[in-house]
Every structure is written in C-alpha cells, then in structure tokens.
Design a protein. Sequence first.
Length: 504
Amino acid sequence: MCEDSHGGLGRRALFVTGAAAALTLGSVSFASAADGGRESRTVRGTLPPGSPDFVYVPVEVPAGVRELKVAYTYDRPAVPAGTTGNALDIGVFDDRGTELGGRGFRGWSGGARTEFFIRADDATPGYLPGPVREGTWHIALGPYTVAPQGLSYEITITLTYGEPGEAAEPVYPPERAKGRGRAWYRGDCHLHSWHSDGRRTPAEIGELARAAGLDFINSSEHNTHAAHAHWADVAGDDLLVMLGEEVTTRNGHVVALGTDPGTFVDWRYRARDNRFGRFARQIRRAGGLVVPAHPHATCIGCNWKFGFDEADAVEVWNGPYTPDDEVALADWDSMLVASVRDGRGWIPAMGSSDAHRSPDAVGSPQTVVLADDLTREAVQEGIRAGRSYIAESARVTLSLRVSGGRGEHAGIGERLTVGRDTPVTVRLEVTGAPRCTVRFATDQGVVHTSAPLPVSGSGVVEWRTTPSYAAYVRAELRHEAAAGPLPGALAAFTNPVFLGRRTP
C-alpha cells in the first residue's frame, strides 16, 4: 500500500462554475499489476471551513481492472453548541468526466456508507455496475458541513485486476399495473431504500406498501438512479412502481417523479447558479414530474430556495405532520390565492412518507389520485391536474363535491363554472376519521369548522357560499387539538375546487 498526503488547500487547483466551486486535487496513480493482483493507495487531507461544495480526487485507472473499491473515514471533533460538526458525502464519476449533467456518474451514497465497490457484474447499492475502464476516474467528496477545526479525511482506493465479470442487462418494472379503470388510487411517491440512506430493501418496501393499501409508489433515492434496476421483482398487478430520484441540492430537494428508467438528474448546483430550470426540463423530457419536497424543512440544505415556477406539484405534507408541514400548507394556500389573483395556473399539493427505516411508516401520508387507470401516465396526469387529496392512511377516505342550483357540479381539482352570485353547496363525505373536525378554507381563510365527527369516523359536512365570496374551496380534516387555539394535526386535506368563471 502506498500513501499520499494531499496536505492543505494551497497546492490544489480551484475550478469555479457559476457560483458553486469545485476543488480538484492532485491525481492518484496506479501501475498495472498481474491478473488477479490487488493494489491500494491511501490519500489524506484536511478541508477547512468554507470549502467548496464538491472536492474531486482524480484516480488514474490502468487497463485490466476488474474491481474498483473505495473506503473512507473522516474525523468528528467536538464542536460548541449551535455549531455544525463534520459531515462528508462521497460518490464517484468514471472516465467520462465530472461535467454537470452526470455523463460520467457511477454512484453516490452521500454519508450513508463508508465504502463502496464497482464491478462489471455488481456494485454497492447506490452505485452502477459496469466496466472499470482505463482512464481518469474521480472520487467525489461533498463536505456537507465542516467543523471550525476543519475536516480531516482518509481515502483508500483499491484496484483488483483480472477479467471483468459479465454485465447483466437491467430489467425495469412495467409502467402499468392491473387497475380498476377510472378510480381513486393511493400512492407514496417519496421513499428511500438501502440504495441511498434508507435501511429497507426494495422488497421490504413493496411489502409495506401493500400492507398500507397503496396502489403505486415511486423510487426516489438521493442523487442516484441506481435503484431503478432493482424494482422489477417488487412490482406486480397490484402495485405500480414508478422510477425517479430525490435530487438533493444544497438549496433544497426535489422529487423527480416517474421518469424514464435509467434517468439520472444532477444535483451539483445552488439556486444562485440559475441552473435548476435546465434540470427541471430534463425531468419533464424524461416523462417525469417536478415536485419540490418538504419545502420548509429545517435540516441544513433542505429548505427549498429555487422558487416554484418549474413545479408540477409541491410536497406539502412530509412524513408525520409537524410545524414545518403547517408552514408549507399555509405557503401553498398563499400560492393558490396568488394564482386566483393573477389568473394563472395553480400548483397542486401532494403528501408522501419520506420513509427511510423502521419505525417510519410507508404510506403515511399518502396521495389519493383520481386517475383513468393504474399506469404511470394516468397517475401523473391526475397529480398534475390536482385531482387528488392527501390522507394520513388508507383508513381515511374523502369525497368533496360542489354543486350549483341547476345541477352543475365539480370535484377536487375541477372548476364549477357558474355566475359570481350563484349559490353553491359544498359537500364533504368522510370515513375513517373518528372525532376529527372538518374545516373549509377559501381565499379568505378558514370560513367554516364543523363539530367533531362521531367515533364511527363517518359523516357528511355541508356549507353554502357563492363564487363572489369564495374563489375556491378546499377541505381539511383535523384531529382534535391537544390544547389551546392551534388547529390539530392533519388527518387529510384536499386540493381545491375552483368556483366561478375563470379570470382572463
């Protein structure tokens, strides 16, 4: 084993693209070895506070390599209260380079693993199997947070020489399951397996999804599409598995929902780089939806800062209902008001579990979509149109309908086109929500709150209004508040029904 010390930053080349800096270190070289032999190099260095978002370690890979293996460690010194400590992510790009767009991308595990390998026939979860070709590879380091003392790391690269294994052709899940025609389908579009920082296998997630009463799910690993080829055995007539990615940038996360198999979406940019639009368009070209995730989450880098001009929907409810979801709901409602005021399109809301490991509950919450069939395209069209509501579990069902005096009616995500002063009746039917209260919200705020539903959990709540008083109406189902004037946690909520003629 050879050792190289990269020392401090002074001798390294700094490459800046837009506002995001990427640091490239001196290269690590290997000499070809005999068939079946193994050779290792270890590099050490220290990154100071304020380091670039990404640091690349070039590795000169000779011909005849069967397997590339990388292991790394870094220090975690004690830091004062309120100060972030060290966290260092890792991934790798092959001989095709590190250019934005990810042509050379071969895998990313973030901070979930301390080592990985790549061979033609196999790879660590989160990484893409394939040949270890001759050329310059790059280990990608992401100093997520750096302590005031700096971040000292050690990387060991091991090459095993020999004939490569036989690569298998990837098999992907079908884009259709056995549906019920036009019906309400339940799904969870934000999930993590062991192919990123989750702890469950795809098979375990599939079992939990079925137990939760789901009809569809979406694979959404952090910054990698390596899981796409591992869902075919999970899908079935009773479960549609869509493929995507959680694009995890330093300025927020976005779920690429239902992209074509094998689609990778790069994440190496910030809002100030003005590059998100390029990758949002890539998601759509690949047949996917652009869904900003947990926009008001408080974790570092989780708060959404790219704006919503490119969004097809927004994840308003993420996992167990918490205050940041309440803020996201209020923010989304403000966007509805702005869409009415400006006469432009609106952004539907979604909810997903973001489940990673036990005890995270798959399917809590879940998005219930009115779709023409249980296919990728039909589910996406229902989500995009806002024909959906969000429920904490499969026990909760809602039916929201608004009707006019002459038999006109509209449902969730639709518009009731009647005159401004036409009386309309809003009717919500509920099952599976014992002791919950119903709240109707419009562009004026919450305008009606019901008495608690009976212990049976079923009930009907009606309210009458006019389009001049309410430009839209949506329903919230709330658990009883523990104390005080604050509303209880959500049990369910709907996308709006719009009232009146569309503003030019």
